[in-house]
Design a protein around this ligand. Structure first.
Ligand SMILES: *Cc1c(COP(=O)(O)O)cnc(C)c1O
Length: 395
């Protein structure tokens, strides 16, 4: 059976681990201890669940996509509606969990990295809710490109600090956040936004998103009388929404799992297809697949969707790829735009560009699964934030 619990060194097979400056080692050990205590504490779990109900809006619905199914063939497609979470995507499941941990650990200062600003907004939101000081690192280029999310974070009381090194995007913002943590390890809690970074983050963030798959299982029984679908499909940036919906089904080999990466302008051009074309290496504290050149320098990723535009990927996905448990494929910017249109027209749901990658992959995935099958697509976020990009490409 697939073993996806990290070992005591935080490894998923050869991947994961904690490659960090020495000063952070005791912080990571303390974090792991706090997390393990919290995860088995009835009080912590009850508080987390209550916030997910009353603040985030969980459980999110499982919607039968009748007209999309009809368009794509002899198949029943369900959508897990993470787009209906407060702030518009799955990311807040994780920031709720981490802010509760930060509070329990007595931390007074929250830091986060963000690319397009979605994780920054999800972090600023929960920091406001708990009255904690919040600093979000963001590449200077991204600050210019994502003015709306910068304004949101500021309105929520967060300070947005520009990362001006390198490409001035997510990778550099992450470096700045790590540097900040190294300088203020005692009072600072670093909220990482996906199943990436040093151990225990990949395990911890995954556990905070497991609720997606757990709800899906219960809702599938109500909707279909069966507890498992033929296939699950999710987009993969760092991999948090995907592992969140996959996790409850990983032990059942009858459920096919598909992760969809961004092929950007094409696999021969600029892309973010880390698992499809990357090689193992160390980035941001963990060993995983990584886009790198012949000298091992990290390459810039590209995707039309900011949430998939990252040259790394979570170590558990690297391991699931090597095990052959999850099939990873990739979808171009153009195909993703068509995915947005297809879901909007057939279901009246405008998905995020990230989510649209999973939608666009369906045409290729369906022939690989027996006719009449039930599919669940993780609808990771809504498309409001992407309307400018979508309009620019529709012209
Ligand atoms: C951030 C984001 C993603 C990508 O992150 P994962 O960690 O891979 O889930 C996907 N969809 C949406 C809507 C996002 O905001």
């Amino acid at each position: 059976m697939t073993q996806t619990v990290p070992d005591e060194r935080g490894r998923f097979g050869p991947y994961g681990g904690a490659f960090v400056p020495e000063i952070l080692v005791p912080e990571l050990i303390a974090l792991e201890k706090a997390f393990r205590t919290a995860w088995t504490s009835k009080t912590f779990r009850a508080e987390c669940t209550a916030l997910l109900h009353t603040y985030v809006g969980r459980p999110t619905p499982l919607t039968f996509a009748e007209r999309l199914s009809g368009r794509l063939g002899d198949i029943r497609i369900y959508l897990k509606r993470e787009d209906l979470c407060h702030t518009g995507a799955h990311k807040i499941n994780n920031t709720i969990g981490q802010i509760l941990l930060a509070r329990d650990m007595g931390k007074t200062r929250i830091i986060a990295e963000t690319g397009a600003g979605q994780h920054g907004v999800a972090t600023a939101t929960v920091a406001a809710r708990f009255g904690l000081r919040c600093i979000v690192y963001m590449g200077a280029v991204d600050i210019r490109r994502q003015a709306l999310n910068v304004a949101r974070m500021k309105l929520l009381g967060a300070e947005v600090r520009a990362a001006t090194s390198g490409s001035q995007t997510l990778k550099d913002a992450t470096n700045e956040a790590i540097r900040d943590w190294v300088s203020h390890p005692r009072d600072t809690f670093y909220i990482i936004g996906s199943v990436v970074g040093p151990h225990p983050y990949p395990m911890m963030v995954r556990n905070f998103h497991r609720i997606i798959g757990e709800e899906t299982r219960t809702q599938l029984i109500q909707a279909t009388g069966r507890s498992a679908p033929e296939a699950l499909v999710a987009c993969v940036g760092g991999g948090s929404n995907a592992i969140g919906i996959f996790y409850s089904f990983i032990d059942n080999p009858a459920v096919r799992l598909f992760g969809v990466e961004a092929a950007g302008e094409g696999l021969n051009a600029r892309h973010a297809a880390t698992l499809s074309l990357g090689r193992p290496g160390v980035l941001h504290g963990a060993m995983s697949y990584l886009l790198q050149d012949a000298q091992g320098q990290v390459e810039l990723a590209h995707s039309i969707s900011a949430g998939l535009d990252y040259p790394g990927v979570g170590p558990e996905h690297a391991w699931l790829k090597d095990l052959g448990r999850v099939h990873y494929l990739s979808v171009t910017d153009q195909e993703a735009l068509e995915g947005v249109r297809m879901l909007s027209e057939t279901e009246g749901i405008i998905p995020a560009l990230e989510t649209a990658h999973a939608i666009a992959a369906l045409e290729r995935i369906i022939p690989r699964v027996a006719p009449g099958g039930t599919f669940v697509v993780n609808c990771s976020g809504r498309g409001d934030k992407d309307m400018d990009t979508i309009m620019a490409h529709a012209a």
